[in-house]
Ligand binder design. Structure first.
Ligand code: HEC
Ligand code: HEC
Length: 212
C-alpha cells in the first residue's frame, strides 16, 4: 500500500469530484438529477415514479468534463513522477494491485485510467480511489480495494473483456472486429440514456464508423 500526496486546492477538488460520493466531499452529487433529452428534464421513460422517489435509474446532467480533466491531469502527473523511469514497464510489476492489464506499459495504463476509467464515466481519480483530504492536501491510495466504485469498475472491465470475446466471434460484421470499451457505453457519464427518447437530435449518432 502506498499513497501519493497531492496538493490541490480543497475548493477545486470539492467541486469536481463528481461521482465520488465520498462522505467527506462537501459538493456531493445533488439529489435533483435531471434527465437529458426532455425540456426541463421532462424526457425519459414512460413510467415515472412519484417526484422525489428514487426508484429508477437516474440519468443526471453530464459532469463538467473540462474541470475534471484538469484534476485528473494533475493526479496523473503526480503518479508519473513517483514511477519516473519505469513508464514502459508493465503496470502489473510497477503497481501493487493490478488484476487486469498486467502487461500494459505503465504509461498506457495511466492513459487508460484517465480516458476510459475517468473521462468516460465522468469521474476524477478520486471518484474510484480511496482518498483523504486534510487541510487541502489530497492523499490518494490507488492500491486500496475498498471503494465500491473501484470494485464495480473491475467487474465492468471483466464484462468488457467478455463482450470483446463474444464480439470477435461474429464474422458477419461490416467491420471485422470493433473493440468495445468503457467509452462505448458510458460516453462521459455514469448513468447513460438507454432509449432513443432520451437522446436529442443534437447528440452524436449512436454509432460512428471507425477506420482500422
Ligand atoms: C471508474 C473508476 C476509476 C477511476 C476514475 C480511476 N481508476 Fe485507477 N483503478 C481503478 C481500478 C478498478 C483499478 C484496478 C485495475 C486492475 O486491477 O486491473 C485501478 C488501478 C489504478 C492504479 C494501480 C494501483 C496499484 O498500486 O495497484 C493506479 C496507479 C491508478 N489506478 C491510478 C489512477 C489515476 C491516476 C486515475 C485518474 C487519472 C484513476 N486511477 C482513475 C479504477 C479507477
Ligand atoms: C456494455 C456496456 C458497458 C460497458 C462496456 C461498461 N459499462 Fe459501466 N455501466 C454500464 C451500465 C448499464 C451501468 C449502470 C448505469 C446506470 O446505473 O445508469 C454501468 C455503471 C457503471 C458505473 C457506476 C456504478 C454505480 O455506482 O452505479 C461505473 C463506475 C462504471 N460503470 C464503470 C465502467 C468502466 C470503468 C468501464 C470500462 C472498464 C465500463 N463501466 C464499461 C454499462 C457498461
Amino acid at each position: 500500500m502506498r499513497s501519493w500526496s497531492v496538493a490541490i486546492a480543497f475548493v477545486v477538488v470539492g467541486t469536481v469530484v463528481g461521482c465520488a460520493h465520498a462522505p467527506a466531499t462537501p459538493a456531493a452529487a445533488p439529489a435533483t438529477a435531471q434527465r437529458p433529452g426532455g425540456e426541463g428534464g421532462r424526457g425519459g421513460e414512460g413510467a415515472r415514479p412519484p417526484q422525489g422517489v428514487a426508484t429508477v435509474r437516474r440519468a443526471p446532467a453530464p459532469p463538467n468534463w473540462e474541470r475534471q480533466d484538469s484534476v485528473r491531469k494533475a493526479l496523473m502527473a503526480e503518479v508519473l513522477a513517483t514511477v519516473a523511469g519505469r513508464e514502459n514497464e508493465p503496470a502489473g510489476t510497477v503497481f501493487k494491485n493490478v488484476k487486469f492489464s498486467k502487461n500494459m506499459p505503465v504509461k498506457d495504463f495511466l492513459v487508460m485510467m484517465d480516458e476510459q476509467y475517468g473521462r468516460s464515466v465522468g469521474a476524477t481519480c478520486t471518484g474510484c480511489h480511496a482518498n483523504t483530504n486534510v487541510g487541502g492536501v489530497l492523499k490518494v491510495d490507488y492500491a486500496d480495494d475498498s471503494p465500491k466504485k473501484k470494485q464495480i469498475s473491475r467487474l465492468m472491465e471483466q464484462m468488457t473483456q467478455t463482450i470483446n470475446k463474444e464480439l470477435s466471434k461474429n464474422k458477419g460484421l461490416d467491420q471485422p472486429y470493433i473493440r468495445s470499451t468503457c467509452v462505448m457505453c458510458h460516453r462521459g457519464t455514469e448513468h447513460m440514456p438507454t432509449t432513443m427518447k432520451q437522446l436529442k437530435n443534437s447528440d452524436p449518432p449512436p454509432q460512428t464508423r471507425q477506420k482500422g
